[in-house]
Design a protein around this ligand. Structure first.
Ligand code: EPU
Length: 434
């Protein structure tokens, strides 16, 4: 049977209703890694049903843990043994860069980690220099051989002061997880402040870690001898929530989004208000009522609390249909505009100059086959498909499945016409001319 690897979308149906957002991909993967720091059974709830969680589970199983997934209950348990393996293989790391988040916990607990180098991906090269120099400052020896990064700290890690060149999410997490059981005090200055970092800090504190400055750009960690396993609820996914907000605005519909602390989306929602959307604030979410036609809105991506790069592609899709001209500036990833070529296939008018995209709004887009190159690009193409005339086929949707729990079911419940199909049915290979 051919793989059901594409979405077929019929454009032109405004979304209306309510959607419940579950836990954040970019939190739960790191919470799973953090569980490695304590022997015994940890439990995570509000776990999204996404393929990245399955990949992380496989990686953790190969490290010697038992992992039980309860997808219907949005829950998982991890049983961490006394003795762990310390190697993360390329076949998993290449599928999911977040595998690197076991680097800190393994180095902390075992004094050694061998992690396959993740390489670049569709959105850019994505270095690890701050993770590695940070671990070196804490006494680890770091080498690289045959495509693997190897850390060694047989005497254990020692607390150190770090000043990050850039508030990197990943480097903050690595040094945080390395610091919680290091001897002495670790200070991370210019630390990332994303809500997912706050979530990991909270879990680590529940496990017995001592962390001050949670949510600020200076984290001070006093190392403790041992951590204990816990049960922790994953913070709601602000990027998925933001995607629903754009879905309401772009289709001129009305969507209530629950399961999220709305202040973590203050800036994207303020930008949506500038497009003419009405925003209602709720204690556990928000409501977006889309305008007849959005006004163009400029975006500049920056680390939190700046505008999230993971919502940039969705806002480009919105601007593609706007009344006016918008400038979108991407400051985190050098290749995150690559997907724009697919949006152009749907009729968007976008010009790229370095890390700026100039979007001239069109009155309508027109359905076509397009390819999802990464999670957020895929979501953006689906949003464009919801308003394009006729039929849009989005292929390579395994990328979307990496980060969106029940995406098309939720879209259908809100009134979208979308189904999973085999791309083979729609993309007929035409033989090359002789
Ligand atoms: N960077 C370096 N050196 C480092 C660390 C980072 O040069 O040592 C650069 C990267 O190359 C990249 C930028 O800094 O250009 C951002 O990196 P950061 O470490 O902040 O991001 P990350 O931890 O690799 C996480 C999310 C991304 C999200 C970014 C920024 C996860 C699994 N991934 O990546 O999410 O875009 O933070 O907010 O948490 C997504 O979900 O679609 C996604 C890509």
């Amino acid at each position: 049977m051919p793989a059901v690897d594409a979405f077929r979308i019929e454009g032109g149906h405004p979304l209306s209703g309510e959607v419940q957002v579950v836990g954040a991909k970019n939190s739960v993967l790191k919470l799973m890694a953090a569980a490695l720091l304590a022997e015994g059974r940890s439990e995570l709830t509000n776990v999204p049903r996404i393929s990245d969680v399955e990949i992380m589970a496989e990686l953790i199983i190969r490290l010697g843990c038992e992992v039980h997934l309860f997808p219907e209950e949005r829950r998982l348990t991890i049983d961490v043994p006394e003795v762990l393996q310390h190697r993360a293989d390329y076949d998993l790391v290449r599928q999911m860069r977040a595998s690197v988040s076991v680097l800190g916990p393994l180095t902390a607990r075992l004094g050694a980690a061998d992690i396959a180098l993740p390489g670049g991906d569709a959105i850019g090269s994505r270095g690890l220099d701050m993770h590695l120099t940070g671990l070196e400052r804490m006494g680890a020896k770091v080498t690289s051989q045959h495509g693997y990064l190897m850390t060694s700290a047989p005497e254990g890690l020692t607390g150190a002061s770090h000043w990050l060149d850039f508030p990197s999410v990943g480097a903050t997490e690595t040094l945080l997880m390395a610091g919680v059981t290091a001897s002495g005090t670790t200070v991370i200055d210019n630390a990332a402040r994303e809500p997912e970092i706050v979530d990991i800090c909270r879990m680590l504190v529940e496990m017995g870690a001592q962390i001050e400055g949670i949510g600020s750009s200076t984290l001070t960690i006093t190392g403790v001898d041992q951590l204990r396993p816990v049960s922790h609820r994953t913070v709601g996914d602000r990027i998925v929530a933001g995607t629903w907000a754009v879905a309401a605005a772009i289709t001129g519909g009305q969507v209530t989004v629950r399961g999220i602390e709305p202040t973590c989306l203050e800036l994207p929602l303020a930008k949506l208000a500038l497009t003419g959307a009405e925003i209602g604030w709720l204690p556990d979410g928000f409501q977006v009522t889309g305008p007849d036609r959005p006004q163009a809105v400029d975006i500049v991506t920056l680390p939190y609390p700046g505008f999230a790069t993971d919502l940039q592609p969705q806002f480009i899709a919105l601007n593609a249909l706007s009344d006016g001209v918008a400038m979108v500036t991407e400051n985190l990833y050098e290749s995150r505009f690559k997907f724009v070529n697919e949006l152009v296939r749907l009729g968007a008018d976008v010009r790229i100059e370095g890390h700026h995209a100039l979007i001239r709004g069109r009155e309508r887009l027109s359905g076509a086959p397009v390819e999802a190159a990464d999670i957020r690009a895929g979501a953006s193409l689906v949003l464009a498909g919801l308003v394009a005339n006729g039929e849009t086929i989005v292929t390579d949707i395994h990328h979307i499945d990496r980060g969106y729990d029940d995406f098309e079911q939720d879209l259908r419940a809100l009134g979208a016409v979308i189904e999973r199909v085999s791309s083979e049915e729609y993309l007929v290979e035409v033989p090359a001319p002789l």
